[in-house]
Design a protein around this ligand. Sequence first.
Ligand SMILES: O=P(O)(O)OC[C@H]1O[C@@H](O)[C@H](O)[C@@H](O)[C@@H]1O
Length: 381
Amino acid sequence: MAAASVSSRMCVGSIPCQTSFNASIRASSAPCSSLPIPVCGRKQRVQSLSSAKLLAGKAITFSSARPVASGGGRTSIRAALSSAEAGIATSDVAGLSSKYGIPGSVSIEKGEGGSTKVVLKHESGAEADVYLFGAVVTAWRQPDGKDFLYVRPDAKFDGSKPISGGIPHCFPQFGPGEMQQHGFARNLDWAIVSTSADANPDDPEPMLELLLTDNEYTRKMWPYEFAAVYQVTLKAEALVASLRIINLDTQPFDFTAALHTYFRAAIDKVKVSGLKGLQSLNKDPDPNNPIESKETRDEVTFPGFVDVMYKDAPEELILDSGLGYSIALQSTGWKDAVTWSPYKTMESCYKEFVCVENAQLDPVVVEPGKSWKAELRLQPH
Ligand SMILES: O=P(O)(O)OC[C@H]1O[C@@H](O)[C@H](O)[C@@H](O)[C@@H]1O
């Protein structure tokens, strides 16, 4: 749909503070202009959907804990999402800034390689950078300036390949498999749906909500209509990443996925705890025929090349970075975990990072009109 044909306008401050953009739409059958007077909308930036589509539409529940109602709502959900997508070009930093920027909390900037990034700023001094290309959180800076995430020196930000570092998405395939390694979600521009900084009245936490839907390119690899909605919230001492996959198709689909997090670490000292007793599948030496075993160590270390998948991981893993601090990875919905260190296959940087990934390794089936949700909360431990 051409941007010009879309009735899309600012709807600043018309959303009650406690709800997200989508929850508000769900709660309302009214067009944007007739939604309630701002409660604390000063720090809310949303892209309104076409009012006609909202009035005609069924519930859009991709930010709620409840699955999307099945049945006839799909067409209108799709229409509403198309409207949300057909906004400002991802390269239009000025346009995106005026629509979604929130002074002091959310800024839209030109990042590395000319790619657009969103910087979330918490009043504690913490910051997070999120690139629209791949919806990758590339930095999570602490108030003292330390960045807990890592971007490889060979990372490209110009769209020529996925950004190698931070928190890339693996979707709809963790891999290896029929499509490109780790799927297509990290190769595409995601659209901003909303930003806010007032969901919590006691703590102005900046939040960014991004959207990816199918297109010709994705359907060639994975022939389904879908929406992926990704919310990143920066708290004083935590980064929360919440992913929802909605089936907009008329048939069920299945996928595997992961958040492929690159943590800054000292490879000779880093340890991961919480994996003991889990079934492990070692992709070394043959990723297509992993060797099954059981993890016996309290603390998993990285003395050489490591590429291991763990089934049914607990909701909390602890990463001791070896740099003087530890990070808790708390997750819901992500059933499995992966540890990866390329070791000397990446001579220039292997000493500086480790990947501990929250994953869904067995295909998850989503029925038409239903959705799947998983959340990762990272916080100092
Ligand atoms: O695509 P990237 O970021 O280079 O990561 C590749 C690695 O990603 C890991 O998740 C896989 O377990 C490895 O097998 C793979 O080599």
